[in-house]
Each structure stands twice: as structure tokens, then as C-alpha cells.
Design a protein around this ligand. Structure first.
Ligand code: GAL
Length: 946
């Protein structure tokens, strides 16, 4: 079973943190991780492919292998992913050809990238001792811009290019739905986001949201392959002005995971990747206009790397499948007629999924017929078993399914030398330890369940279940077949001994959440991939590893509170036990497990009060001052460019053909007045939620403050007073480039959507002569300056072009001034301060910067730069994001930090930030670390800056 979590290495620039996330995914019981690689970040300038800094893929591959996770590598060339250009490079926007087709111009464009990245991936394939087992070509090559259709020649070319780069593992693709596109890959698969993205209404599910047709399409499209879902919804993205990620996490919370994931198991999905498992951050300019800085995604692991409840729910499921080999050879039997089957209750659907190779084990997955229902259903199961049909519960009573829930009932399920003839409660895991089968079962608290065991023959004795710990009362009966049935309600934890060779833990769900299944490393370079000798431990916020030496069991992990451990391990491997290298004082329970308690070490830390620091301020809009020279700016002189979009300007006034693809863009129109003009009209395109401000010489003439749904804005701004005929003036426009659009459909030109001025005119004066249009974005454009922080980190603000956001810049001559004081004019101010952190090792205390403005006025935009990394774009009146996590490694936890804030006031009266605070997101003791800081090169004079 490839049970995989999606993570985007480029959304976390701290290489040493990957291992933390990967270990968390491993501890969930997953076997793999799936990654996107972003062409535009790697090749921002055509022909200059760079793996510098955070773009180096090797640390991620190494960390995955060390964590014991296989890798599905997805290098595109197109990736979508709510990222700038959907992964396409900025220079693609003006490079001719139909992209994502076999068009020669496009093929020539992508080939060097696929060669370079393909070789890095190839070196990390399992055949070369690395973790990569699958490589995906393209992404959702499923929709096509009419009149174009699926381009088979492109597909064949891409496969050839992957193979030429040395890829030998199976090549996959993710159709957007099981639509039969790009089936020439080795293992075809599809994506599914069945609960949608309406994070504002997270409790609303559509009655027919749970798809059943994926099995039929799999049978039709690639029955010989694993049923593969390369992206299954693990959260949702959220856009500017959206509901916020907590809503997305509810929409895709534990109930969703139970109902929708289990439905995928009902369809024997054996390659299953959860998009996202850890979303990360759209730091720098890596987002497309449809999302804001956070890419938390409401995923199992938050942006601050904190575990949500849904993490613990998925852990139960992944651990179950990891010990259920019969599942791998199962097939659903009754798709299309699941309603009412096996229960006689038409309000329920039950899929019968049988192991067709072992011809024994059955999985019966029950859910509501109406997925939106909160009703409580009671039911009995009539199931075929190896001893004939049984009506379950056999010992009387009935089962319940409450609202949005789903259960996997098993039949003839082997767990060591024991067989579960059936179980209505679900299996967390099982293991044979010191000759005994240990089976962990769970159900919702207070629910009635029944399990029957077929035990190895013990002559002369009839099987009997004895409660050895806990409060559940047990009803039991030896069935005519000789199997022992026990009936119970799950509360907390009850341990039942059945004969000398079987111990059953009956858990309610929240107790089950506390269990971890750890595997001591085996030998060799794949030691972390071992699935032998499980050690089962209850307790702790997160357990990462277990290893055994000289009878000592060493457990590592994270605690957020006092942990009460219960350890189920071979006696010889647990004569002593340590947690995070401290010896535990263990006690043996009457039934043979070990218990111990351990306080969490959570030292207090002092955080700086940002508002009380010394800040210095400078104007970051000298461009409107009379003495400013734009001599070094790019002259907009193109009369045409390769682009299907309409424009009405005599010259091309999009930023992309001039090499500017991110951040802020500034335009200057030099003109000679006729004396008739009373204002300036312009149609400006910046992407969703963008803004612009406009000046005539040094007079502010107006702004578009932006709103969530507008990506362009057409407006007229009046001049304050008539101009003298023949006099020279300059219109300056400061605008946002919200990111290059994605191009979801093959052959589409969406990513070429211009950023800049689509049309303009002088009011009352058609003859006003613009003598020059000039523009600038980030310093150097595609020949960007900062190769460590990458091509999208800096935009075109004066402060950014000068490098004022970088640590080490000397601001001592600047005036004092704080973002909380702000500015009273429209314009851009830039603020800098430094502060020290002193957070000890051995803890994980994620931090976030929090804005507190509570009214939509004034209208302003702020960007946060932490040690030179842009880690937040805040739009006061659009939101929704006010909390900006910044990971350790960007923040120096033991040393000095440079914080810079740009404040762009779009109102005539200026703006200020009410308060900006640094806050803890969580406190845990951790075995993880130490964390190497991401490199943060300091300021150096930029000779060509202007
Ligand atoms: C999929 C796509 C992903 C991502 C996702 C939504 O269609 O393949 O890249 O965009 O949707 O988050």
C-alpha cells in the first residue's frame, strides 16, 4: 500500500525542517510522500537552472529516506499547485508556442529543465539506493483549450524525455478525474476533491458527495494496475478574502476522513496520496493570485507543523491498512448496489470488498446513503463468513452509525495465529509479541460492538474472555462454529485476555488516537523502512522513533503535557525504557505491559514585544520625487509580444516580456502636456486582490485599493489642477503583481494573462504625447540578485531593489519610526528593527507574527521580511490572514533577527498598523533538532540598484 502524504519542499525554505514533517508523516503510518517540483523557481531565467539554497532537492530526498518514506516525485513541467504560473517559468509567458502541447517551441523550452531535474530524481530512485519509487509526468493533463484536444504526441515526447533523463521507475499521471487521459503512462491514476472548497460552510456536504464510480472507471481504464489516487482531498485552498483555513480543516476533518477515505478503501485504492498532508507557506512570491501567504490547507499538519485531530484519525486508518495484506488483493463486489445491502437499511450503503486472492478476508464498509445526513442509523449486518452466513451482532442488540461516520467491518481477518471471524469495531493494529497476538480494536465511545475470534485449538478447554483491566463489561458466547464472540461497549480502554495467546485492547476513539506503532530500524541503508517487530506505545503528543539496544527501548518524540505511556513490547527489548534519552520509571501491569509517566519539559521563554523595539523608518517611494532618476529603468519599447490577450496600448505595457514576474511593479509615463488633459484613465491588470496607486509628478491622484474578486480595474483619476501646455510630467503607477496565473488546461494561455497597463488615455486630451514608458520590478528581473532566497522573494519596491529587507543593512542614519505610527500620506514606508531570541534546544515553539488591525480602514498592504525572507503579505481590508507563521530556521532561535515591514498606504490619509506581535503557536518538548538555520546572506551594496 502506497499511503502517501503530499508535501511541497519549495513551500518550506528551511531544509533542516523537512525531516520533522516527514517523521510526522511516517508516524502517521504512511509509507510515502509525494512532492511537486517548481520549474519556474528552478529556471527563472531561460537556460539558468539552479538548485541553490532552498531549491536543492537532495536534502529532501535524504530526509525522506532517513524517515523511511518512499517518494513520488512530480516535476511537471506543469504542476498547478496554486503556485505562480502553475510551475511554468515567467519567461514562458512571452515564449511562443502552444504550451503543454508537442509544439516545438514549448518542447525546446521544457527539455533542459526535465533533463536537469530528471537526473536529480533519477539519482534518487530506489534502483540507485534512493527513496523515489514513482515519477509523475505532467499534472491533470485532462482539460484542453478548444479547439485543442489531448496531445498524444506531447505525452509520448514527455515519457521519452523522462526516460532519457534516467527515470526507470514507473511513470504515473494524475488525471483530474478518471477520464482516461494520458493512459500511456505505466500506472495511470486520478485526483479527487469530493467535498469541494467552500471552507465558509464546512458542515455542508452534498447528499451524493461520496463517489462510487471510481471503481468502474478503474476496471475500464487500467484493471491490471493498482487503483491509484494521486491526489485525494486532504484539505482545501483558500483565497484572498476567504474563510480561513480553520474552516477548511473542518470541511475535511475527521468525519470527512472517515467517510471519504474509507470509501476509497471500499474501492481498493492501493496508491493513495493525501493532498495536502502538510501545506506550508507561500513565502516570497510563490503563490498564484488565487491564494494568500498561508498554504496551511487545513491539512493534518498545520503550517506551524502542529498536529490537528485529523492527523490522529488518519493515523488509525493508515496503521490498519499497514497490517492488512489481504486488503492489497481485494476488489469491491457490489458497486452500484451498495444501498441497503448487508444491512437491509436503505439509509445505509455497504460496500463488500473481498480479498480475491486469499479468498477469505472481507471488508464491509458502511456509510450513510445521504452523505449530508446527521441521522443516527441502527443496523444489523448479515454477512457471509467462512462458517456460513451470520447475523451480527450475534449476541443481540444492534449497531449504530451516527451521522457523518463510516466503519470498516472485517470478516475472516487474520491477525497472527488468531482469526477475527468478524469484528464490528475497527482494527487499529495488531502484532504478535512474545508469542501472543495483541489486537487493538476501537469504536466511538459508548457504541455497542461485537467481535468473534477463531483461536488455535487448545485441547480440552473452551475459549473464555477475561477482563484484565478497564471497566467495560463483556458479554461472551462460544458460537456453534467454536468461535468466541464477545460483545462490549467501548469506553476508554479495556484489556481482555482470551486464552494464553491473545490479548485484545478495546479502545474508544480518543484513546485509540493516543496509540503509536513504531518499528525499530532494521539494518542497511533502508533501515527506517522496516515493518518488522512493531512496538506499540500509548501516550505522547507525537512519537517519532523506537530503537532497541542491550534490552533498552529508546523512544523519541514530542510532548505537550505530562505523558502517561503504556508500552507493548517484547520483554527482552524493553528491560529498561527511555524517552528522549531519559530513563523512564516503568511499572509492569498485571497483564504484562509497561506503564510510565513523564513530565514534558516546557521551559518558559521571553519573546520580544515588537511594538517596544527601536524601529527605524525610511520612505520607500522616492520614485515620485522630482529629483529621482529612472535612467536605469527598463524602457517599455516592445510593439508586440507573443500573447493572445488583448491590449490597446501602442506599446506593450505588460511586465512579463520585460522580465518582471513578481511582487510590485512600477511604471512611469513621461509625457508632454497639451494643457487640455484633466485626468488619466487606465485599465490595469494585477491579478486577484491587487491594488495600485497613481501619482502625477509628486501629487497622489488616486488608487484602486483592491477587492477579492477583481483582477483588473479600469478607472479615471483626475489631476489636481490644469497642466501648462508643453510642460513635462510623469505619471507613476505602483501596482501589485499577484503572481502569474496557472494554466490548468492544456494548450491554454491563462498563464500569459498580462500584469500591467492594458489601456490608457488622458481625459479630454487624446493627443497628449507619452514620450517614454518605463518600468521596473525586482532588481535584475529574471537575472535576479538573491540566488539563495530565490527569484520570487523580492519585488520591485525601492526598498527591495536596494536590499533594505536584508540583515546587515546599515539603517543607523534613518529616522526613528514604527509601523504602528505609520504614515499620514499615501505612499510606501519601510521599517526595520532587530531583536534577539533565545529559545533552548529540545523544544519546538513555533512562532507567528500577528496583525491586530480590526477595522477595514485604513486601506493598506504590508509585507513582512524576516532575515530577508518575505514571509507575509497582509492586506488589511481583504484578509483573511492576520497570523503569519515563520518557521524556526528562518527565525534564528538563538541569535539576532532582522525584521522589516513595508507599509503601502493606498488611502489619501495614509495608514498605520495597529499592532504587530510575535506569538507562540504551540509549546512542545521535542526530540527533533537541532535545526540548521536557512542561509540568510546579509546586505551588500548593490551597485546597479536604482
Ligand atoms: C488539483 C491540482 C493540484 C492542486 C489541487 C487543488 O487539481 O492537481 O495541483 O491545484 O487541485 O489544491
Amino acid at each position: 500500500m502506497v499511503f502517501s502524504g503530499e508535501v511541497h519542499p519549495f513551500r518550506n525554505p528551511v531544509q533542516s525542517l523537512h525531516f520533522d514533517v516527514l517523521q510526522k508523516i511516517k508516524s502517521m503510518g504512511f509509507s510515502a510522500v509525494s512532492i511537486y517540483i517548481h520549474w519556474g523557481l528552478l529556471e527563472p531565467e531561460r537556460g539558468e537552472i539552479s538548485f541553490e539554497g532552498f531549491r536543492d532537492l537532495q536534502p529532501f530526498f535524504d530526509a525522506a529516506k532517513k524517515a523511511g518514506l518512499y517518494v513520488i516525485a512530480r516535476p511537471g513541467p506543469y504542476i498547478n499547485a496554486e503556485t505562480a504560473g502553475g510551475g511554468l517559468p515567467g519567461w514562458g509567458t512571452y515564449t511562443p508556442g502552444l504550451w503543454r502541447t508537442a509544439n516545438a517551441s514549448y518542447v525546446e523550452a521544457y527539455q533542459p529543465y526535465i533533463k536537469a531535474v530528471g537526473e536529480v530524481i533519477a539519482n534518487n530512485q530506489i534502483t540507485h539506493g534512493g527513496p523515489v519509487i514513482l515519477v509523475q509526468a505532467e499534472n491533470e493533463y485532462s482539460g484542453f483549450w478548444p479547439p485543442y484536444t489531448e496531445d498524444f504526441e506531447y505525452e509520448a515526447q514527455l515519457l521519452k524525455d523522462f526516460r532519457n533523463a534516467g527515470i526507470v521507475v514507473p511513470i504515473t499521471t494524475n488525471d483530474a478525474w478518471p477520464g482516461g487521459h494520458f493512459t500511456s503512462v505505466d500506472i495511470y491514476g486520478y485526483d479527487s476533491y469530493p467535498n469541494g472548497f467552500d471552507c465558509a460552510h464546512p458542515y455542508v456536504w452534498s447528499p451524493d458527495a461520496v463517489p462510487e464510480y471510481f471503481w468502474g472507471s478503474h476496471e475500464q481504464l487500467n484493471p491490471e494496475d493498482p487503483n491509484a489516487v494521486y491526489e485525494f482531498q486532504g484539505g482545501g485552498f483558500d483565497g484572498w478574502g476567504g474563510a480561513g483555513y480553520e474552516g477548511c480543516s473542518v470541511l475535511t476533518g475527521p468525519e470527512f476522513e472517515r467517510v471519504f477515505y474509507k470509501n476509497q478503501y471500499a474501492m481498493s485504492t492501493t496508491i493513495f496520496n493525501i493532498y495536502m498532508t502538510f501545506g506550508g507557506t507561500n513565502w516570497g512570491g510563490i503563490s498564484h493570485p488565487g491564494v494568500y501567504t498561508s498554504y496551511d490547507y487545513g491539512a493534518a499538519i498545520t503550517e506551524s507543523r502542529v498536529l490537528r485531530e485529523k492527523y490522529y484519525e488518519t493515523k488509525l486508518q493508515a496503521n490498519f491498512l499497514a497490517v492488512s495484506p489481504a486488503y492489497l488483493t481485494s476488489k469491491p463486489q457490489n458497486i452500484g448496489s451498495t444501498q441497503g445491502s448487508f444491512t437491509g437499511n436503505s439509509a445505509l450503503k455497504t460496500t463488500q470488498t473481498l480479498d480475491v486472492v486469499g479468498n477469505k478476508t472481507g471488508f464491509y464498509i458502511v456509510r450513510q446513503t445521504d452523505a449530508s445526513s446527521f441521522a443516527v442509523q441502527s443496523y444489523n449486518l448479515t454477512l457471509p463468513t467462512s462458517v456460513g452466513a451470520l447475523q451480527i451482532p450475534v449476541l443481540g442488540g444492534s449497531l449504530t452509525l451516527s451521522g457523518k461516520d463510516s466503519k470498516i467491518h472485517v470478516v475472516d481477518y487474520a491477525a497472527g495465529s488468531t482469526t477475527l471471524l468478524y469484528s464490528t469495531s475497527e482494527i487499529l493494529t495488531w502484532a504478535t509479541i512474545d508469542g501472543q497476538d495483541i489486537i487493538l480494536l476501537y469504536g466511538n465511545q459508548g457504541e455497542l460492538h461485537e467481535t468473534a475470534f477463531i483461536l488455535p485449538q487448545t485441547p480440552g478447554s473452551s475459549p473464555f474472555a477475561r477482563v484484565v483491566s478497564g471497566t467495560a463489561t463483556i458479554k461472551q458466547q462460544v458460537l456453534p462454529s467454536g468461535a468466541l464472540a464477545i460483545q462490549y461497549t467501548a469506553t476508554d480502554q479495556t484489556v481482555v485476555q482470551i486464552g494464553p495467546k491473545l490479548k485484545v485492547f478495546i479502545l474508544d476513539r480518543s484513546t485509540a488516537y493516543q496509540y503509536w506503532v513504531l518499528h525499530p530500524p532494521t539494518v542497511g541503508s533502508f533501515a527506517s523502512f522496516g515493518t518488522e517487530n512493531p512496538i506499540i506505545v500509548k501516550g505522547g503528543y507525537l512519537l517519532r522513533t523506537a530503537s532497541v539496544s542491550d534490552g533498552n527501548l529508546a523512544i523519541t518524540g514530542d510532548l505537550n503535557d505530562t505523558a502517561t505511556f503504556e508500552i507493548i513490547a517484547p520483554a527482552a527489548s524493553s528491560r529498561t525504557v527511555s524517552f528522549n534519552s531519559e530513563k523512564l520509571n516503568t511499572k509492569k501491569t498485571s497483564y504484562g505491559t509497561l506503564t510510565a509517566s513523564r513530565n514534558a519539559h516546557l521551559p518558559d521563554v521571553d519573546l520580544p514585544k515588537l511594538n517596544s523595539l527601536t524601529w527605524r523608518a525610511a520612505d520607500s517611494l522616492p520614485e515620485i520625487l522630482p529629483n529621482y532618476s529612472d535612467e536605469k529603468w527598463t524602457v517599455a519599447d516592445l510593439e508586440t509580444t507573443f500573447n493572445e490577450w488583448n491590449w490597446t496600448t501602442p506599446l506593450i505595457l505588460f511586465s512579463s516580456p520585460y522580465g518582471y514576474h513578481t511582487g510590485n511593479i512600477l511604471w512611469r509615463a513621461h509625457f508632454t502636456a497639451t494643457g487640455m488633459e484633466t485626468g488619466f484613465s487606465a485599465n490595469i491588470s494585477g491579478g486577484l486582490a491587487f491594488a495600485y496607486s497613481m501619482w502625477l509628478d509628486d501629487s497622489f491622484i488616486g488608487a484602486w485599493t483592491g477587492d477579492a474578486p477583481s483582477d483588473t480595474h479600469n478607472d479615471t483619476h483626475n489631476f489636481p489642477s490644469p497642466l501648462v501646455s508643453g510642460s513635462s510630467h510623469i505619471i507613476t503607477i505602483l501596482m501589485d503583481h499577484m503572481g502569474i496565473e496557472q494554466s490548468w488546461a492544456g494548450a491554454s494561455d491563462w498563464f500569459r494573462m498580462p500584469r500591467g497597463v492594458l489601456g490608457y488615455s488622458f481625459v479630454n486630451s487624446p493627443d497628449t504625447n507619452v514620450t517614454a514608458w518605463k518600468l521596473t520590478g525586482n532588481l535584475g528581473g529574471e537575472s535576479y540578485v538573491d540566488h539563495v532566497r530565490g527569484p520570487l522573494n523580492e519585488g520591485g519596491l525601492y526598498a527591495e531593489r536596494q536590499g533594505w529587507h536584508l540583515p546587515g543593512f546599515d539603517d543607523s542614519k534613518w529616522a526613528l519610526g514604527k509601523p504602528t505610527e505609520g504614515i499620514s500620506n499615501p505612499g510606501v514606508a519601510f521599517y526595520r528593527t532587530t531583536f534577539d531570541l533565545n529559545i533552548p534546544h529540545g523544544v519546538d515553539y513555533p512562532l507567528a507574527f500577528v496583525f491586530t488591525n480590526s477595522t477595514t480602514n485604513p486601506h493598506f498592504r504590508a509585507k513582512l521580511y524576516v532575515n530577508g525572507y518575505q514571509f507575509g503579505r497582509y492586506i488589511n481590508h481583504i484578509g483573511p490572514q492576520k497570523v503569519f507563521p515563520v518557521p524556526q530556521g528562518i527565525l534564528r532561535y538563538n541569535g539576532q533577527n532582522t525584521l522589516a515591514v513595508s507599509l503601502w498606504a493606498t488611502d489619501a490619509g495614509g495608514a498605520k498598523i495597529n499592532s504587530l506581535n510575535l506569538e507562540l503557536r504551540q509549546k512542545v518538548e521535542t526530540s527533533f533538532g537541532p535545526i540548521d538555520n536557512a542561509p540568510a546572506p546579509t546586505w551588500r551594496q548593490r551597485p546597479n540598484a536604482f
